[in-house]
Write a protein that binds this ligand. Structure first.
Ligand SMILES: *Cc1c(COP(=O)(O)O)cnc(C)c1O
Length: 237
């Protein structure tokens, strides 16, 4: 493995993930590590790939298209790599987004589900997606409550081109651990309810935890942590 700052950061994160798994009696293989590469260039992305990362997160369609190329050009040279969209998606960007990414984690409203369903009607393999839950407080994105979430899930299941894979949340940016835990627990609860109501689908992906709170998220049951800053350093805007 090339010795880069990115590679060393990834090693350190892996050790912390492992420690959090051991603490909470979980299997390391049950927690996937995503490198959030928004605002970072392809060179950094290659460094992460060389360090064994196969899952990348981008939050803007335009930026992701510029880096990875619509139609998966970058992915052709990186077999097995997966790109997820984790930022809010406008309707007029849906067409580009679905040609570019493997999963959309930030599905947060019915209107977006309808547009995704329409654009994915003729796909060879269905598009993976996660439903985003609103963590309350200052957060604007995400389904506000379980009622809205269940209706969204029903809508997703009515489109053959869409494949639900689980849930995503961004915890409030706060130093108060209890509030962060409460957000993560609300996602775990919603996931359990979805499994009961819609057992025909797979809701097993619980995407929660970022640089500042991923260890708490793992303790609460995360199966996918999205790490940007702790891998690539500060983002330059
Ligand atoms: C930017 C971003 C992350 C990564 O945040 P860091 O604090 O840099 O690790 C994770 N999830 C989402 C949805 C993001 O927008």
């Amino acid at each position: 493995m090339a010795d880069t700052a990115t590679g060393r950061n990834i090693e350190a994160i892996r050790e912390r993930i492992e420690a959090a798994c051991i603490r909470s009696g979980r299997k390391i293989s049950d927690v996937a590590l995503m490198a959030v590469s928004k605002f970072h260039c392809l060179e950094k992305i290659e460094e992460a790939w060389d360090a064994g990362i196969g899952l990348f997160g981008e939050n803007r369609v335009q930026e992701a298209a510029g880096k990875f190329g619509a139609g998966g050009h970058w992915q052709e040279k990186h077999p097995g790599a997966e790109i997820h969209l984790i930022g809010s998606l406008q309707r007029n960007k849906v067409k580009t987004a679905v040609s570019l990414v493997d999963c959309i984690e930030s599905v947060d409203r019915d209107e977006l589900i309808d547009e995704l369903g329409k654009q994915c009607r003729d796909r060879e393999s269905p598009l993976g997606l996660l439903l985003e839950i609103n963590a309350g407080e200052a957060s604007k994105s995400g389904f506000p409550g379980e009622g809205e979430l269940f209706r969204g899930a029903e809508k997703v299941l009515s489109y053959p081109g869409l494949l639900p894979r689980g849930l995503m949340i961004m915890a409030p940016l706060t130093g108060e651990e209890l509030r962060i835990r409460r957000a993560f627990r609300s996602l775990v609860h919603a996931g359990n309810e979805l499994r009961k109501r819609f057992p025909q689908a797979d809701w097993s992906c619980l995407s929660m935890g970022m640089s500042g709170d991923f260890e708490i998220a793992i303790e609460e049951g995360s199966s996918l942590v999205r790490i940007g800053t702790a891998i690539f350093g500060e983002r330059r805007l």
